[in-house]
Design a protein around this ligand. Structure first.
Ligand code: ATP
Length: 555
C-alpha cells in the first residue's frame, strides 16, 4: 500500500477532526470552496484575532514600536463586498486582473496557461525544427510525460530521418504553453499544435479570463448594472481614505486595516485551501509621507515577517522574496512576498502567504483622477483614442493636507496583504508532528500532535477526571466551568483511558491537559501536562486558570 504523504495526512486529519471540510460535500463538493468545521473555525478565528490584535488593537502599546521610524496610529474598517463598478476600473482589476487560459473543444476541460507544459522533440539546429509536441500537466513532483509518450517522441526523430533521408539528432525540451504558442505559425501542421492534456482534443485559441465574479444588481439589471464581488479588501481602505480622515483625528502616518472575504474565479483552484475561489484576506494600507515611504516599507517587511516566526513558523520554512523588477506591478516601487514551504510543493519551492508592497500614490490618485498607467517613467491618466480618460476617477480631492508644513499631497502607501486561509494552512502544516510515545502498557505507539502556538490553538485546555467516581467528575467539571467563565476555550472529557484522552487532545493541538486524581480530592492540586514537552507539574487548583491564561495570551 502506498504510504500517505505528509500533506495527505494533514488533509485527512483536517477532515477527521473537523478542521476543514469540502464545501457542499454531500452534493459532491464545489471546486475551490471550503468549509471550516468546529475546530477549524476556532483556529482561523484565532489567526484573524491575532492579526487584528497585533496590527490594530495593540499595534504600538502606546510607544514607538521597535524598528519603526516614528509612532503611528491604526484603525480598522469593514467595507462592503460589492462596491461601485468604477472602483475596479480605476484600481486596474477590470482591465488587468486576468489569467490566460485555453479550453478543450472536445471534453470542455479548461486549463490555465501557466499550469500546462509542452514536451517538444526538436532538431539540434538553429532555429530548431519541431518534430513532435506533447501537451501535458506536470505532476506535483515536476515530472509528467509518460514513458510511452516519451518513446513516441523519440521515434519521431527516426521517422523524420527516414522521410528526409538524413540523420539529424533530436533533443527533448520542455517549454511553457505560452512559449510554445509563440513558436506556432500559420503553416504549423495540425499534429504539432498543442492538444488537450486530458483527452488529446483540439484547444481553443488562448484568451484572457477575468478573475472577478460578476453579478447583477436589481431584478431588471442589464449589462449597465453589472457589479463584481471584491477580489481584494484593499480598495475598501482607499475609497474610504477621506471618510476615515474626516471622521477621526488621524494624522500621517497611519494605517487602515480590515479582515474580510474576497472572491477570485481562479481557473484551477488547487492545493487544498491554498488557492480557493472564496477566501479571506487580512490587509492593511499604511499612509505616509512620500519622503518616508522607503523607511516604512522596510519596517513593515520586517515586522510582518516576524509576526509569523513569533507565532511558531520556524525560519527555514519561511522566507522573504523580493520581486524581480519584471514581476512588479506597473505602479510598484518594491514588493516582497513572505512565502512558506508548503508540503504539497516540491523541495525548494515556496508558496505566497503575504505580499508587502510599496504602492506609491497609485491608488489614491487613480480613484481621484482616473486610472493611471506608467508612461515614460511616470504615472499618467490612461486615455482612449479621443484623449479622454479611459476610466474616470471620482473627481474628489483625495490628497492630504499637512497643517504643520502647509503642504497638500497624495500620501504614499505600504500594503501588507495576507491571506487568512493560507496563513491558517501554513500554521496547520507547521504544527503537524509525529513521534513515538509509550502507552499505558509501556508499548511504543505513534503519536500525532499539532504543536500550535497557544494563542492559535483552537482548544486551550482540556480537563479530565482520572476516573468517573469518587467526586472527581464533579471537581473536574468545576474547573472546566472556571475556564469557560474566564473566556478560555476548554473541553471536558471523561471517556476512555487517560492515555487515549491525551492523544485525542494532542491530535487537535490542545497545549495543556489538566487531570483531577485521587490527590486532588485531598489537597486541591491537579496535574498539568504540556503537549510538546510532555512534562507534568502539580499546581493548586486556584492557580490553574491564571497559569493557562498567561500562556495562551502571551504575544
Ligand atoms: P497568487 O500569486 O498566489 O495568486 P496574489 O499575489 O494574487 O496570489 P494578492 O493579490 O497579493 O495575491 O493577495 C494577498 C494574499 O491573499 C495572498 O498572499 C494570499 O495569502 C491571499 N490569496 C490570494 N489569492 C488567494 C486564493 N485564490 N486563495 C486563497 N488565498 C488567496
Amino acid at each position: 500500500m502506498a504510504t500517505e504523504s505528509r500533506m495527505e495526512k494533514i488533509v485527512s486529519l483536517c477532515k477527521r477532526r473537523g478542521f476543514v471540510f469540502q464545501s457542499s460535500e454531500i452534493y459532491g463538493g464545489l471546486n475551490g470552496f471550503w468549509d471550516y468545521g468546529p475546530l477549524g473555525a476556532e483556529l482561523k478565528r484565532n489567526v484573524r484575532d491575532a492579526w487584528y490584535h497585533d496590527m490594530v488593537t495593540r499595534h504600538d502599546d502606546l510607544g514607538v514600536p521597535a524598528g519603526a521610524p516614528s509612532s503611528f496610529q491604526m484603525v480598522g474598517i469593514e467595507s462592503s463586498l460589492i462596491m461601485h463598478p468604477q472602483v475596479w476600473k480605476c484600481s486596474g482589476h477590470f482591465d488587468l486582473f486576468c489569467d490566460k487560459m485555453v479550453d478543450c473543444k472536445a471534453c470542455k476541460s479548461r486549463f490555465r496557461f501557466d499550469h500546462v507544459s509542452v514536451a517538444v522533440m526538436q532538431t539540434r539546429e538553429t532555429p530548431p525544427v519541431v518534430l513532435a509536441a506533447e501537451t501535458y500537466i506536470p505532476d506535483d513532483s515536476g515530472g509528467g510525460l509518460s514513458a510511452t509518450k516519451t518513446k513516441k517522441m523519440e521515434q519521431s526523430v527516426f521517422q523524420h530521418n527516414r522521410a528526409k533521408g538524413t540523420s539529424v539528432e533530436g533533443e527533448l525540451v520542455t517549454v511553457s504553453l505560452d512559449n510554445y504558442y509563440k513558436r506556432l505559425t500559420d503553416s504549423t501542421p495540425a499534429d504539432l499544435k498543442p492538444k488537450c492534456p486530458s483527452c488529446g482534443g483540439e484547444l481553443t485559441a488562448p484568451r484572457d479570463f477575468n478573475l472577478m465574479f460578476k453579478t447583477t444588481l436589481g431584478a431588471l439589471g442589464g449589462e449597465d448594472d453589472a457589479a463584481f464581488l471584491r477580489p481584494e479588501t484593499a480598495q475598501g481602505m482607499f475609497v474610504n481614505f477621506k471618510n476615515v480622515l474626516d471622521s477621526t483625528r488621524l494624522k500621517l502616518p497611519f494605517g487602515i486595516a480590515q479582515v474580510g472575504k474576497s472572491f477570485r474565479n481562479e481557473i484551477t483552484p488547487r492545493n487544498f485551501t491554498f488557492r480557493s475561489r472564496e477566501f479571506e484576506q487580512m490587509e492593511m494600507e499604511f499612509f505616509c509621507r512620500p519622503d518616508q515611504s522607503r523607511a516604512w516599507y522596510q519596517y513593515w517587511r520586517d515586522r510582518r515577517f516576524s509576526w509569523y516566526t513569533r507565532l511558531g513558523i520556524v525560519s527555514d520554512s519561511l522566507r522573504m522574496r523580493d520581486h524581480a523588477s519584471d514581476e512588479l506591478s506597473h505602479y510598484s516601487v518594491g514588493t516582497a512576498d513572505i512565502e512558506y514551504a508548503f508540503p504539497f510543493l516540491d523541495k525548494g519551492e515556496y508558496g505566497e502567504l503575504e505580499g508587502v508592497a510599496h504602492r506609491g500614490d497609485f491608488d489614491l490618485r487613480s480613484h481621484a483622477e482616473g486610472k493611471l498607467v506608467r508612461k515614460d517613467g511616470s504615472l499618467v491618466v490612461e486615455t482612449d483614442a479621443d484623449g479622454k480618460p479611459k476610466h474616470r476617477g471620482s473627481g474628489k480631492d483625495l490628497q492630504y493636507f499637512d497643517d504643520q508644513t502647509r503642504e497638500r499631497f497624495y500620501p504614499h502607501v505600504i500594503e501588507p496583504a495576507a491571506g487568512a486561509d493560507r496563513t491558517t494552512l501554513a500554521f496547520l502544516c507547521e504544527a503537524y508532528h509525529e513521534d513515538q510515545q509509550p502507552d499505558e502498557k509501556g508499548e511504543m505507539q505513534e503519536r500525532v500532535y499539532l504543536s500550535f502556538h497557544p494563542r492559535l490553538a483552537p482548544v486551550k485546555v482540556a480537563i479530565f477526571p482520572l476516573i468517573k467516581k469518587e467526586g472527581m467528575p464533579e471537581k473536574a467539571a468545576g474547573i472546566y466551568r472556571e475556564f469557560k467563565e474566564a473566556g478560555i476555550a476548554a473541553q471536558f472529557d471523561q471517556q476512555a483511558a487517560i492515555g487515549r484522552r491525551y492523544r485525542r487532545q494532542d491530535e487537535i493541538g490542545t497545549p495543556y491537559c489538566i487531570t483531577v486524581d485521587g490527590d486532588t480530592m485531598k489537597d486541591d492540586t491537579v496535574t498539568l501536562r504540556d503537549r510538546d514537552s510532555l512534562k507534568q507539574e502539580r499546581l493548586p487548583i486556584k492557580e490553574v486558570v491564571e497559569y493557562v491564561r498567561h500562556r495562551v495570551t502571551k504575544w
